[in-house]
Design a protein around this ligand. Sequence first.
Ligand code: ZN
Length: 160
Amino acid sequence: MKKLRFLADGMLGKLTRWLRMLGQDVEYVVAMEDKALIQKAKGTNRILLTRDLQLFQRAIARGVEAFLIEGTDEAENLASLAERFKFELEIDLKISRCPKCNTRIRSVRKDNVIDKIPETTSTHYNEFWECPNCKQIYWQGAHWKRIEKTLRKARKALKT
Ligand SMILES: [Zn+2]
């Protein structure tokens, strides 16, 4: 799989978290002027993701690879990105990155996190992952059904 690196602008926080879960390397910049953002994408060799047509056109004009996000929901956006950049719309936690900070998460033993998670969680789940950077702990909890649903929708959008 080709290693992709993205730079997402401030409007794409939610999409950034999705892409990171899918294993994509996404730097997220909250407040930066267009010119600086384009410079940064160029300097760090990242593909600029934006909803802003003007910013997109400016980036292209300066020879920076960019992708215009035009979908109305996450499923649609993920489908168009997967189509353009050829990645799987399937979460594999072995390659997932922390949605919060973009660091690769790693599998951790339950014993090591047991005092950091709710008791009901530790009785229902056995597999846990931790971000070595921000220490956030992840597991495939009740919210996982919603995640899968969105991905199914995205995969469906991909086929049509
Ligand atoms: Zn993290």
